[in-house]
Ligand binder design. Structure first.
Ligand code: FAD
Length: 404
């Protein structure tokens, strides 16, 4: 069952892209993701010998990121439709890789670089074909959910002290402090979209977004973090010891910070919705195939009614997640009236569906489901991480409720 079966008006280009990315997801992402998942030391996942780098190269060679560029001939709606299809297929391949592969070329940092008034940033990070790797550094050792919960009273409370502060000094900003060990791509990134607090009396609300080249003096990094899921997506701290950046690198200042964070959350959560629908679909596809293969009591287990019921429940969840997440992703990427609550509903629903469907897939596989020789336990670990990633689902829901 394909991710586009319900699309009545699918164009030839869309079908071709879906099939191309599906092949890439199955032939490259899945085996590489499984290989990296089994590496004991997370440092090996980012070492020169890691298959990660070959996956980056093969992804780049596919050329599909070109469909997202502004100079493409496609309309914004066509671009958004294709983007949603690509994201779901990548999620179907491997959750961790789905999130990391698009970061070469700067990922979403490229947009901030392009919007800056710095020719240096534009040339280095916003030129198509660059091989920089971006990351989003917002959470801190003492601040996880609260950095994202912009609707809550603590957000403009100056007594809540950030761990990473930028202070104006003449024509520069000087950055001191650190970001959490959870910055995705932190260990391999060459540039950060640094969401930090600007020295003053407005708390998180008085923040800014700086594009920070990670080769500047005073920057150092922690070791890659060891975690249970999405092991192909590395995480690690970034430390700032009196790091000086020119004023133009602070692309968003206090005035624009809350709106920028609102829009970042709208964009990110929409993207997470379609990606984790793909993760759910991968668990469903594996369970469906296994149900037809596994013989118990002289017949394939799919012939047992309770197995049929379980499979259909999984199917219903995947299809509703796919339909809603795709609709939200297209709407939020094209409408001037993009809505955070749609995005959060998509992220929290689809990540939950991915976890539930992966957990059901384990049950369907019986003992084999628990074995690392079979792929479904990894998918459940990947999905579990997504309910905390980019904001715990319960905190995001509080922010979403405030947006209704
Ligand atoms: C796979 C993965 C990738 C990540 N990638 C990045 C990244 O790229 N960049 C980055 O900066 N960070 C990243 N993070 C960090 C992530 O954003 C945080 O883990 C998340 O926001 C939660 O913060 P915390 O871990 O500090 O938990 P806490 O905020 O300490 O929360 C702990 C518990 O308390 C609950 N809680 C906290 N506050 C409230 C509240 N107000 N109301 C109700 N319940 C509350 C939470 O729901 C949770 O159950 C990533 C995390 C993961 C797991």
């Amino acid at each position: 069952m394909s991710s586009v079966d319900l699309e009545l008006d699918l164009t030839d280009v869309e079908r071709e892209i879906q099939q191309t990315v599906h092949r890439f997801a199955g032939d490259v992402m899945r085996p590489v993701g499984q290989q990296i998942d089994k590496l004991h030391d997370p440092a090996d996942a980012v070492a020169e010998s890691s298959p990660l780098w070959d996956a980056f190269d093969q992804y780049e060679a596919l050329g599909i990121d070109a469909f997202q560029r502004e100079e493409s001939d496609l309309t914004p709606v066509q671009m958004a439709r294709i983007q949603a299809i690509i994201s779901e297929e990548k999620g179907w391949g491997d959750a961790g890789l789905a999130l990391t592969l698009g970061s070469r070329g700067g990922g979403f940092v490229a947009g901030f670089a392009a919007a800056s008034e710095s020719p240096e940033l534009i040339e280095r990070y916003a030129t198509p074909g660059n091989r920089e790797i971006g990351c989003w550094a917002i959470t801190e050792p003492d601040h996880g959910s609260d950095t994202l919960a912009l609707s809550e009273p603590h957000f403009d409370d100056p007594s809540v002290k950030a761990n990473c502060i930028a202070k104006r000094d003449g024509d520069d900003y000087v950055i001191r402090g650190q970001k959490s060990s959870w910055v995705s791509n932190g260990p391999i990134a060459t540039v950060a979209a640094l969401y930090c607090t600007i020295d003053g009396d407005q708390g998180f609300k008085g923040g800014g977004v700086a594009v920070v080249p990670l080769d500047l003096p005073g920057i150092s990094k922690g070791k890659p973090l060891d975690k249970i899921g999405q092991r192909a997506l590395c995480q690690g701290e970034i430390f700032f010891d009196e790091v000086r950046i020119p004023r133009e690198f602070m692309v968003v200042d206090k005035e624009g910070y809350s709106d920028q964070l609102h829009s970042t959350l709208t964009f990110m959560n929409s993207f997470m919705g379609v990606t984790f629908t793909g993760v759910a679909r991968s668990a469903f596809d594996l369970a469906r195939a296994y149900a037809h293969e596994r013989i118990q009591g002289g017949k394939p287990i799919i012939e047992h009614q309770s197995v049929k019921l379980r499979l259909f429940d999984m199917y219903r969840k995947v299809e509703t997640a796919s339909t809603y997440a795709r609709k939200v992703s297209i709407f939020n990427n094209t409408s001037e009236d993009a809505k955070l609550h749609y995005a959060i509903a998509a992220k929290t629903y689809c990540t939950r569906v991915a976890f539930d469907v992966a957990s059901d897939a384990i049950q369907m596989f019986g003992g084999n489901g628990l074995s690392r020789e079979y792929p479904v336990e990894k998918i459940m670990r990947d999905a579990r991480a997504s309910m905390i990633e980019d904001g715990c689902n319960e905190v995001l829901s509080i922010v979403g409720a405030a947006d209704l």
